[in-house]
Design a binder for this molecule. Structure first.
Ligand code: 5GP
Length: 116
C-alpha cells in the first residue's frame, strides 16, 4: 500500500484542517483525538510522510521516540491518570482508519474500566 497525501492527518499537518494542537516541533504535531477513548486521549503525528509503521523511515521513528516518551509523561501528569496506553495500528484489518503514521496515548484511570 502506498502513502496518499490527501489523508486527514496530512491536511492537518499542512494547516488545511483545524485541530486541537497541544505541541508542535519539526518532528511531530501533537493533538487531542476528536473521538477520545478516555479523558486526555492524545495523538502524536510524525511529520515524515508514511502510511504506518510498516513503511516508516527508521530514522524518523528514532526521532519521534523521545518526544513520545515526553508527551506520555506530560499527558499522564496533566490528566492525573493512573497509567497510560500507547497504541498504534497498521492497515484497516488491524484498526487503522487514518493512513498517516500516528501513535495514540490513552490515559487510564483506576476507577474507569478500559473502553468505558
Ligand atoms: P487509527 O484508528 O487510524 O489508529 O486512529 C485514528 C484516530 O484519529 C481515531 O482515534 C480518530 O478518532 C482520530 N481522528 C479521526 N479524524 C480526526 C480529526 O479530524 N481530528 C482529530 N483530532 N482526530 C481525528
Amino acid at each position: 500500500m502506498t502513502y496518499d497525501s490527501t489523508n486527514i492527518f496530512a491536511k492537518i499537518l499542512k494547516g488545511e484542517l483545524p485541530c486541537h494542537k497541544v505541541y508542535e516541533d519539526d518532528i511531530a504535531l501533537v493533538m487531542m483525538d476528536i473521538f477520545p477513548q478516555s479523558k486526555g486521549h492524545t495523538l502524536i503525528i510524525p511529520k515524515a510522510a508514511s502510511r504506518n509503521l510498516l513503511d516508516a523511515d527508521p530514522a524518523a521513528l528514532s526521532a519521534v521516540m523521545p518526544l513520545l516518551q515526553r508527551v506520555a509523561g506530560a499527558v499522564k501528569s496533566a490528566t492525573n491518570a493512573d497509567g497510560i496506553r500507547l497504541a498504534q495500528f497498521n492497515e484497516a484489518p488491524a484498526g487503522q482508519t487514518v493512513f498517516h503514521l500516528h501513535f495514540h496515548l490513552i490515559p487510564a484511570y483506576e476507577d474507569v474500566p478500559l473502553g468505558a
